[in-house]
Design a protein around this ligand. Structure first.
Ligand code: HEM
Length: 488
């Protein structure tokens, strides 16, 4: 009879193992027997250990904690987890780089993913953002192409500066995010010293049905610190897992990592007449027009126990929303609403929401979805259709999506809203950055762009010149071009 203690080695059926070092053979030198079920169980499981890595954001670290409401926002949203000052909601956060593979270095120049899952009483709400308030493109149609240029060349299997800058220089709407990326903000000092942003505009709706356009900002209380290009290069060699290790060790020593959570709020009608298209994720809303209001605190205080189970299998989506928080018209956001659950079904399987880290455990899942691989919450003997007269289900009309009018002729539209792709990066260069930051921006760009061919370099310099003539001139000089005036 087996020992019931928790240190007995077993097969995956629970059957105790007699010997884990020697396979079952016919005689000392004989072939292995098919009846060695322990060996077969072990090898077969090993053969299936890998699941697809995330197509982007493959390298990341995760942590648990809570979100606490610190100011009353009930006049803007009916979301229940935000209805009382002092209310806490458990969260899981995954912080990541974007372009690199699972084994790539944490200090690579890249935006950082900033994904927060709120386990609310009305189901899970995910804030699937980045550490930058803007993005490279404004149409989801461009996303696979854009990401391909950050990956490896299909022939050489090498990272390729020509692919990278060719695309960016042909898609000048990227100028704003390129300027952020090549500033030292593109190499944050670990995960604890960076901010997070929804980047997109979302919609908050209150109990009366009034709607507001909003953007969220998570401001690190540890101070927003970046690495210089030189420091990031050094860390890539000496400690490629720097950010992961820093977060893990910080939390395991009993300390917390905290962020002040802010919201920018724009009345619904202002959104349709603002000077920038607020549904264009390449733009920010200047804080002078729409200030950031503090309304919450995010606290990380606990490491996961098992990386694969909790971090690798976590699955976020900008479409995981709760009543009172709705998507906006942002085309990129609309594309993302499809892409995330789709990739989760591929990466983790159709029942990915049943995995403990993804499960909305503070709400109750009752629907007609059944079966599929690895279904372990198959909803017992409840009817698997609706409507039914045996266990009728209630709908909650108050949770319906708010209404607003959208009209137009079907077409593939180029942006027609006053849409200057160069004004905001120009202001960022001239007014927001100081001399030290501008110098590193130039050094970082030149250090990368010098690896692209001349035609591409010239096209990209024109983009920077449109943002700010001095910006373009300094890049041109760094690349060893003749004076800008002679060239343009
Ligand atoms: C991850 C698609 C734009 C933030 C991913 C993944 C896909 C994807 C397929 C992998 C998810 C997984 O395997 O779990 C897209 C598409 C976009 C887009 C199609 C544009 C149309 C953005 C933008 C942001 C963003 C604009 C930020 C504002 C993230 C984050 C993750 C992620 C944080 C990692 C989530 C995690 O930690 O598991 N994206 N993405 N993405 N994306 Fe995007």
């Amino acid at each position: 009879m087996s020992d019931n203690s928790d240190n007995v080695l077993t097969q995956s059926t629970g059957c105790p193992v007699d010997d884990n070092q020697n396979s079952l053979t016919a005689g000392e030198y004989g072939p292995i027997l098919m009846q060695d079920t322990h060996l077969i169980d072990k090898l077969a499981h090993f053969d299936r250990e890998r699941i697809p890595e995330r197509v982007v954001h493959a390298k990341g670290a995760g942590a648990y904690g809570y979100f606490e409401v610190t100011a009353d926002v009930t006049k803007y949203t009916k979301a229940k987890f935000l209805d009382t000052v002092g209310k806490r909601t458990p969260i899981f956060t995954r912080l990541s780089t974007v372009g690199g593979e699972k084994g790539s270095a944490d200090s690579e120049r890249d935006p950082r993913g900033f994904a927060v899952k709120f386990y609310t009483e009305e189901g899970n709400y995910d804030m699937t953002g980045n550490n930058t308030p803007v993005f490279f493109i404004r149409d989801p149609n461009k996303f696979p192409d854009f990401i391909h240029t950050q990956k490896r060349n299909p022939q050489t299997n090498l990272k390729d500066a020509n692919m990278f800058w060719d695309f960016l220089s042909l898609v000048p709407e990227s100028a704003h995010q390129v300027t952020v990326l090549f500033s030292n903000r593109g190499t944050p000092d670990g995960f604890r010293h960076m901010n997070g942003y929804t980047s997109h505009t979302f919609r908050w709706v209150n109990k009366e049905g009034e709607a507001f356009w909003i953007k969220l900002h998570f401001k690190t209380d540890a101070g927003n610190k970046s690495l210089t290009g030189a420091e990031a290069d050094e860390l890539r060699k000496t400690n490629p897992d720097y950010a992961t290790q820093d977060l893990f060790e910080h939390l395991s020593s009993g300390k917390t990592a905290t962020w002040t959570v802010q919201v920018q709020i724009m009345p619904e009608q202002d959104g349709f007449k603002y000077k920038w298209n607020i549904f264009d994720v390449t733009k920010v809303w200047p804080h002078s027009d729409y200030p950031c209001l503090n309304f919450g605190k995010m606290v990380l205080n606990r490491n996961p126990e098992n990386y694969f189970q909790e971090v690798e299998q976590s699955a976020f989506s900008p479409g995981h929303l709760v009543p009172g928080i709705e998507p906006s018209l942002d085309k990129m956001l609309q594309g993302r609403l499809f892409s995330y659950p789709d990739t989760h079904r591929h990466r983790l399987g159709t029942n990915y929401t049943q995995l403990p880290v993804n499960c909305p455990y503070r709400a109750r899942v009752i629907n007609q979805q059944r079966d599929g691989p690895q279904s372990y919450n198959n909803q017992g003997n409840r009817p698997n259709y609706e409507p039914n007269s045996f266990q009728p289900l209630k709908m909650i009309p108050e949770t319906k999506t708010s209404q607003y009018r959208v009209t137009g002729l079907i077409g593939r539209y180029k942006p027609s809203h006053p849409n200057d792709d160069f004004a905001q990066p120009g202001v960022l260069y001239r007014k927001v950055m100081n001399d030290f930051e501008r110098q590193w921006l130039i050094t970082n760009i030149v250090g990368h762009l010098k690896n692209a061919n001349r035609v591409i370099q010239e096209r990209q310099v024109k983009v920077f010149t449109k943002c700010d003539p001095e910006y373009g001139e300094r890049i041109a000089q760094g690349l060893g071009f003749p004076s800008n005036k002679a060239r343009l």
